[in-house]
Design a binder for this molecule. Sequence first.
Ligand code: FAD
Length: 264
Amino acid sequence: MKIALCIKQVPDTTEIKWTEHNTINREGVESIINPYDVYAIDAALQIKKATSDTEITALTMGPAQAEGMLRKTIALGVDKAVLISDKKFAGADTYATGKTLSRAIQQVLPDFSLVICGQFAIDGDTAQTGPSIANHLNIPQITFVQEIIECTPDYIIVKRQADDGIETIKAKLPALICMLQSGKEPSRALINGYKRAQKAEIKTFTMENLGLLPEETGIKGSPTYVSRAFRPIITRTSEKIFYSDTSAQTLKDKILEFMAGADE
Ligand code: FAD
């Protein structure tokens, strides 16, 4: 079975640089693999170990420097990697990102069985990219996956975290899953893996290669507009109200005052 593994590079710095469009400037910034995607890689490797003839292809949409992250996934045991990179992809929202990644999956792995994503990326943190890819590919999706119980070429059974407990879900393949952090220690690459990664050929796909138009990708193809990005200034003030005959009334007045301020 063929697995498409979507992974994202995120800035490894508190000094995030913004573009004029209030999107993150990823060029030349120290980056790491998104922490949730480490668990997505492990999930793919777990399936590969248990199911013969499984091939994992890692895909990322990002700047040229993301190739280094893709090589690390090959060192861990991923079979192939594809870089989706073009200046025209810059500033994409989750709709345009989902469209671009789904087009790449259709082109690179037309016979895929499973798409694995992380649940969140720690920079944009919308958790919408996986569901958006599933929507564009018209396949079922299971989000907030904690554990894979069984995966065959026909179906997958997983445990997912729900608001009120744990659900066990079975889905027919092809499908998409979004992985949460698992309790397991992530895999480490071995020396042979690094050697393989050094030699691996990583193909780059541009907008033209994917048959997309400028108005379908990047900032032009994104209905979402980030009007402002800022670090919140957290101020915590407190006031003690000691018990007295009027303390309940004082408390009520304070709450009303606070709510009136929040409405402004
Ligand atoms: P998530 O959806 O949180 O990522 C989940 C998973 O999807 C990842 O773990 C990974 O497996 C996969 N994935 C995500 N991106 C990629 C990629 N490039 N390549 C491969 N796999 C990937 N967009 C909106 O649509 N609405 C917003 O409100 C919005 N707000 C933003 C606010 C800020 C401050 C910033 C910087 C960006 C915002 N974006 C928003 C844009 C959003 O970050 C991008 O669309 C991004 O490419 C994907 O979204 P995400 O980071 O939220 O990823």
